[in-house]
Write a protein that binds this ligand. Structure first.
Ligand code: RRO
Length: 299
């Protein structure tokens, strides 16, 4: 498809759709399915230095307005995941998502996945489901992590932030100042559901992260405001299901979009479908490249 190629922190993407972290991203086989489904890049499930089993079931529930998850960073540890990611190299950029309970752990995980040959690292500064510090709630802590990781790795580093932070725009600015190569906005929002029959929270962990179409207006606002403040690329994430959703994010200032819950709604070929819908929009409006849309809503 013509006009869909984009450049993101030095990486060339065949189209601006990316698999979001956490969705099917623990094995090379599932990442390959997303690539076959047309993704321009894939982000793996977040990993920590040690393996984690995650939270008690149920960890994923569908609610009328979207999806709630409290997975709890279940992963085999960065060394094992890195091996898997090494098997996906080649066709499209592969991004590892790393998590740390300390600045040092973020940096160590980033080094492990870089050695496996990933094309970029996304720092998960915003997981809603793990006990401990959420580094993305604080400008100082986010800055510290980004600075340390940038000292240790050469691949592009993206910071994934949350609107649960008091001021996501200031956190994004601190990340840029610390050397981040891009901002991913946003992670899921802390949320819950209660079963009125049992009078208990539905998720095993009580509270989880909300994703899906209902997130789009919040994510779009964040991308719009962050894009006003920073000059590094912004990647939109939250409620992208159709090409029109993606176009809204480009107009707000995003250079690419990540799709997570949308995979559940439209299958693994959602990336190809969304790309085709973006191409149709470009043609309908007389644009030749998706880049031409980036930030137009700021005029
Ligand atoms: O694993 C999870 O529970 C999880 C993570 Br790490 C995250 O960043 N966002 C989310 O909604 N769930």
């Amino acid at each position: 498809m013509q006009g869909l190629e984009v450049e993101l922190a030095g990486m060339r993407l065949r189209n601006p759709t990316m698999l979001a972290s956490g969705i099917m991203g623990l094995s090379a086989a599932s990442l390959r399915r997303a690539i076959k489904g047309g993704a321009g890049a894939v982000v793996a499930k977040s990993c920590s230095s040690q393996p984690r089993e995650g939270n008690p079931n149920p960890t994923v529930v569908e609610i009328p307005t979207g999806l709630l998850n409290s997975v709890g960073l279940a992963n085999p540890g960065c060394a094992e995941l890195a091996e898997e990611l090494g098997r996906c190299r080649g066709e499209v950029p592969v991004v590892a998502s790393v998590y740390g309970f300390s600045t040092r752990e973020y940096a160590a995980c980033a080094q492990v996945v870089e050695r496996a040959g990933v094309d970029a690292v996304e720092l998960n500064l915003s997981c809603p489901n793990v006990e401990g510090t959420v580094f993305g709630y604080s400008e100082e802590l986010a800055r510290e992590v980004v600075e340390e990781v940038k000292r240790r790795v050469r691949v592009p580093v993206f910071a994934k932030l949350t609107a649960d932070a008091g001021d996501i725009v200031s956190v994004a600015a601190a990340c840029e100042d610390a050397g981040a190569d891009g901002i991913t906005a946003i992670n899921t929002l802390r949320a819950m559901a209660i079963d009125v029959t049992t009078a208990k929270p539905v998720l095993g962990n009580r509270v989880g992260g909300l994703s899906g179409a209902c997130l789009k207006p919040v994510a779009l606002r964040c991308v719009y405001e962050i894009a006003e403040e920073v000059s590094i690329p912004v990647i939109g994430c939250g409620g992208v299901t159709t090409g029109r959703d993606a176009v809204e994010f480009f107009l707000a200032g995003a250079r690419a979009v990540q799709i997570g819950t949308g995979v559940l709604y439209r299958g693994m070929s959602v990336f190809r479908k969304v790309s085709m819908e973006i191409a149709e929009y470009l043609e309908e409006k007389g644009y030749s490249r998706v880049d031409e849309l980036v930030g137009l809503a700021h005029r």
